[in-house]
Design a protein around this ligand. Structure first.
Ligand code: ZN
Length: 385
């Protein structure tokens, strides 16, 4: 059966069942705006508000939305329209990290919307980098102010709800976004004697705050990874070998801010690569806008993502991120039912501890969560009976 309407109805029944058993928790729920979407539409209703989680649960059980979003902002009157009438009280600082922004080798091999194990690992590492290299050391947020949610599809949402950030206006949020993406950093600022004849090349020390420290410690980290590590920074093998041989001297120099122990060809490009390696990848304007805009709606944690059938799961703590596996831990529909699918691609897919081989055009019985994931992503047709 390939009748779309029947499948949509089937999925809505599954959503109803999921939500009837769910425990949704929303911090400051009475001050949040909600938005809902149907099949293939992320938001088709917004400016909605709920007094408590009981009301919200009743709504999602009866409506079975494919997407549930809530505002990162708090309002006096979240249902007020237009936006100016809501009475803005503040917004969380939110970062949307999505693997489609990342330049990793597998993304040139598989379809754009396919998310393989390497994709999940890369976006997880990027999220850890945001928290451990920026939010905690540079901005001084503590673990308890930071909440991480799997987005339900290709990445993670990081919410900071410390009092210090809530009232930040869009311009300040833009500066934060620029900072973490390394946007507009000046080489001259970090290497002030660059280009001055007869003067030693002074540069940042690992103990420096902010980007200076990152540039310096990243170089030392690369050197710690040997000649290959240095070459990854764009240094020619011959120079990398020379540097590595004088490793102790070079390290001592940089620790004291003297970069002249190091001969580096094309300094500017070399430095730019270190910045790129450390910066958070947010090439996509949409993802940057999640951080900048104060009126954004974002997936509500622990609801189903209608493009995957996975749960947009709230992590217990930032510490649990390093061992988190979305394809094991975010499966919503796991009731021992198998469905028949016809894959559109030849790929293997990992879910729930198992690898499934897919062959384009070849019908296969597969657990319901794999079938729904592939169907919603457009990688398979589905047969429900
Ligand atoms: Zn991949």
């Amino acid at each position: 059966m390939d009748d779309n309407a029947d499948i949509v109805q089937y999925l809505r029944n599954l959503l109803k069942e999921y939500y009837s058993k769910s425990h949704l928790y929303v911090d400051r729920i009475e001050q949040r705006e909600f938005g809902f979407g149907g099949f293939n539409r992320k938001i088709d209703r917004r400016h909605m508000a709920f007094k408590n989680t009981k009301e919200l649960k009743e709504y999602v059980v009866s409506d079975a939305p494919f997407f549930v979003s809530y505002s990162t902002a708090y309002y006096n009157d979240p249902a007020g329209r237009p936006m100016e009438n809501k009475g803005w009280l503040g917004s969380e600082l939110v970062f949307d990290l999505d693997v489609t922004d990342m330049n990793i080798p597998c993304r040139a091999v598989h379809p754009k919307d396919w998310v393989c194990k390497s994709c999940f690992t890369a976006v997880k590492e990027e999220t850890l980098k945001l928290i451990e290299d920026f939010l905690i050391p540079d901005f001084g947020f503590s673990d308890k102010d930071i909440k991480v949610n799997f987005s339900g599809n290709r990445g993670y949402h990081v919410h900071v709800s410390s009092e210090d950030v809530l009232r930040l206006r869009e311009e300040a949020r833009k500066q934060i976004s620029n900072y973490i993406t390394g946007h507009g950093l000046s080489f001259q600022k970090f290497f002030p004697t660059s280009g001055q004849k007869g003067k030693a090349l002074l540069g940042p020390k690992p103990a420096d705050l902010g980007w200076g420290g990152k540039i310096s410690s990243n170089f030392l980290k690369a050197m710690g990874n040997g000649i290959e590590g240095l070459m990854k920074l764009g240094i020619e093998r011959e120079v990398a070998v020379r540097l590595y041989k004088k490793r102790a001297l070079v390290e001592m120099g940089i620790k004291n801010g003297n970069w002249d122990m190091v001969y580096i060809k094309k300094k500017q490009e070399f430095w730019q690569r270190i910045v790129e390696a450390e910066a958070i990848m947010q090439s996509d304007k949409i993802d940057r806008n999640v951080t900048i805009e104060t009126s954004h709606l974002i997936r509500l944690p622990d609801t189903i993502h209608g493009s995957t059938g996975l749960v947009s799961k709230a992590l217990v703590s930032t510490k649990s991120l390093s061992s988190f596996e979305p394809m094991d831990e975010c499966i919503a529909f796991n009731n021992n039912i198998e469905l028949k699918i016809v894959p559109k691609i030849t790929q293997e897919i990992y879910m729930n501890g198992q690898v499934f081989e897919l062959e384009a055009g070849k019908q296969k019985s597969i657990p319901i969560y794999v079938a729904i994931y592939l169907y919603l992503k457009g990688f398979a047709e589905i047969t429900i009976k």
